[in-house]
Ligand binder design. Structure first.
Ligand code: ATP
Length: 251
């Protein structure tokens, strides 16, 4: 079996008496989309925070490419290849799409942001940035200030910035949120392509998208993973139906 790119081992985190993360283990393997679903308050954001390094666990480990990163902060995990997108955003609204992505490329190469102006006139940098902009379908919008983008375009910009960091794993927090049906379909197609770049841990409430994209689904309820399996297994799991999906949503 291929080694997981991202592995979470027996993570625990309590807020006072509340067990927000209760002995959670999961893996993310090359090429896959592993969806994490669960009702509001199940602990999805907490788990993402533990994986990305915003939160420190009471117990357990996070491994990236087999290396224990539990003691590392957000920046160190990002440098190690963990690309988290959508809730924490570094998009500068006054800068163009191209400038934002060029800065992300520069940051990934360890460049100093004080060399900002030089970065924007560096052809190698802008060339690398354009490659990612083309991939997410924003070529025609490259000179537009990020602050003027429509919601779905902004999400694509954030993906281009994540791609610029040559990620080893994506952790995506509700990429379909706030999108209409067309936007959600486009994002679904894009994520389906990106999984080959780096596997995706996907937190998403849009069950159509989850059922279309996920190779595996883990269901989180009250901080615990109550089931993990393929789309077919999860749809057929009676405990999942009771706890979360509801029979009507499975039809
Ligand atoms: N900093 C905190 N202090 C105390 N309790 C917290 C804190 N952060 C989260 N919680 C609680 O932990 C539980 C899990 O919350 P979390 O936000 O991780 O759930 P979620 O699955 O992401 O929910 P949603 O789908 O609504 O975003 C909730 O009961 C929440 O109220």
């Amino acid at each position: 079996m291929t080694d997981p790119v991202l592995e979470v081992r027996n993570l625990h985190l309590s807020f006072g008496a509340l067990k927000a993360t209760d002995d959670v283990s999961l893996t993310l393997c090359p090429g896959e989309i592993h969806a994490l679903i669960g009702p509001n308050g199940a602990g999805k954001s907490t788990l993402i925070g533990l994986i990305a390094g915003n939160l420190a666990p009471d117990a357990g480990q996070v491994l990236l490419n087999g290396r224990d990163v539990t003691a590392q902060d957000v920046a160190a995990r990002a440098q190690a290849g963990l690309a988290r997108s959508f809730q924490v955003s570094a998009v500068a609204p006054g800068l163009s799409v191209l400038q934002n992505v060029a800065l992300a490329v520069q940051g990934a190469r360890g460049g100093s942001f004080r060399l900002f102006r030089r970065a924007l006139s560096d052809r190698a940098l802008t060339g690398a940035a354009m490659t990612q902009i083309d991939r997410v379908g924003l070529t025609a919008r490259r000179t537009v200030p990020a602050g003027d983008l429509a919601h779905g375009e902004r999400r694509r910009l954030e993906l281009a910035m994540a791609l610029a960091q040559a990620p080893r794993a994506f952790v995506l927090d509700e990429p379909m949120a706030g999108m209409g049906p067309d936007g959600a379909r486009e994002m679904t197609t894009l994520l389906d392509e990106l999984r080959h770049e780096a596997p995706i841990l996907l937190v998403e409430h849009d069950m159509d998208a989850v059922f279309r994209l996920a190779d595996r689904i883990s269901v989180l309820v009250s901080g615990r993973i109550i089931a993990s399996g393929t789309v077919a297994q999860i749809r057929a799991n009676p405990e999942v139906q009771t706890a979360y999906l509801g029979e009507e949503r499975l039809e």
